[in-house]
Design a protein around this ligand. Structure first.
Ligand code: AHR
Length: 373
């Protein structure tokens, strides 16, 4: 019995030794692969395409490499926009997408663009946080012969040949639609302009979305004689929207309209309104505070429209991925895409007081939301 036991133990030892050898060989294999990978990525050009070719063992000459510098992740709109870009520029669709989150900082975005240039990407896509300050880095991209496609917000550059084209929203038109909705509502309900006391929770200062929406509201307030009490930056975030609303509610007791420059701010503002024991709604002659906002992406915000907690949302469409892919395909085919392409956008409300709008001589229907749609 003892003998048998001894024999068994020594057999296990042999097995252990074999497993150990196999493990060592496996680890060495992984190490070797890792070295190959980093050498490929750090070769002379620093071009990730070379790395991929060696890694996959297949030619990537048809893969289009796109560097995308995104603003950040401040809102649901932004997340939907990122998603749209990621799914349009997938490997299955023949792309390699290098995604860089700028975390709301222009310096990060400039750094990302410089990295894309170093990596010799085929195209650069930029969603700029603010409008100004892009001339130098876009000149660098132009000198490197890399086409730059601007999406969403605009860039304010001295030479428009620094970018190939732009696709996004007409933010001032969005603001005009919101202001015209309020104007028609007030007129229909017989509310005097001087009885409309508005607070504007603005977006990121210096971004096209803020500039256009703020301009439209202040022009309308001047034209119609509304009382525009305050304009304060809410950075397009829910937390800041809440903070700003709490602060203005402490300072003013007559606010009856809050114009939020996006839905996330609106959600924050509503939380502050309710925490202060007030109601968000369209019945402003009976103490409610009307919330108007932009985007129409966040499901909670759309749910609030149906409950009249947000009275109207002017859509801002984030789905630019397929639009940019189509621009790139045009460029690949040697065509010249439109320099500026605007997307069509709707107005959503559950309130049937205003069912259509006229802005700059053009008519727009209001899409009435209900629990069914
Ligand atoms: O530039 C588009 C704006 O940016 C959206 O309205 C807002 O939600 C986002 O953060």
């Amino acid at each position: 019995m003892m003998k048998w036991k001894k024999k068994t133990i020594s057999k296990e030892k042999v097995i252990d030794k074999n497993i150990l050898i196999l493990l060592v060989l496996f680890m060495l294999g992984i190490l070797a692969a890792g070295c190959r990978h980093s050498l490929a990525l750090q070769d002379g050009s620093g071009n990730k395409k070379d790395g991929l070719t060696q890694e996959n063992g297949e030619s990537d000459k048809d893969t289009i490499v796109v560097g995308f510098s995104q603003v950040g992740a401040e809102s649901d709109w932004r997340s939907a926009n990122t998603e749209s870009m990621k799914s349009a520029f997938s490997r299955e669709n023949g792309y390699e997408l290098i995604f860089e989150d700028g975390q709301q900082k222009q310096t990060n975005q400039i750094m990302a663009i410089r990295t894309f240039i170093q990596r010799e990407v085929d195209y650069i896509v930029l969603a700029p946080v603010t409008e100004t300050g892009w001339d130098t880095v876009l000149q660098e991209a132009k000198d490197a012969d890399i086409p730059v496609i601007i999406i969403d917000r605009r860039v304010d550059v001295a030479d428009e040949s620094l970018f190939t084209c732009w696709v996004g929203s007409d933010f001032e038109l969005e603001g005009k639609k919101a202001a015209e909705w309020l104007n028609r509502y007030a007129r229909t309900k017989g509310i005097a302009p001087e009885d409309i006391h508005i607070v504007n929770i603005q977006g990121t200062i210096g971004s096209s979305a803020q500039i256009g929406r703020t301009k439209a509201l202040s022009n309308a307030a001047r034209e119609y004689g509304w009382d525009l009490i305050a304009e304060m930056p809410g950075d397009f975030t829910q937390a800041k929207g809440k903070e700003v609303m709490e602060s203005v509610l402490r300072q003013y007791d007559n606010i009856n309209v809050v114009y939020c420059e996006n839905d996330n701010e609106a959600l924050g503002a509503i939380a502050a309104i309710e925490a202060a024991g007030k109601r968000a709604g369209s019945d402003i002659t009976n103490g409610e505070i009307m919330v108007i906002s932009f985007d129409g992406v966040n499901a909670d915000a759309l749910g609030y429209v149906k409950k009249d907690k947000i009275t109207a949302i002017v859509e801002c469409n984030p789905f630019h991925g397929p639009r940019v892919a189509s621009i790139i395909q045009q460029l690949e085919a040697g065509k010249t895409p439109e320099k500026f392409s605007y997307v069509d956008e709707e107005v959503f409300s559950a309130n049937k007081t205003v069912i259509s709008l006229s802005v700059d001589g053009k008519d727009y229907d209001v899409t009435i939301l209900s629990e069914e749609n």
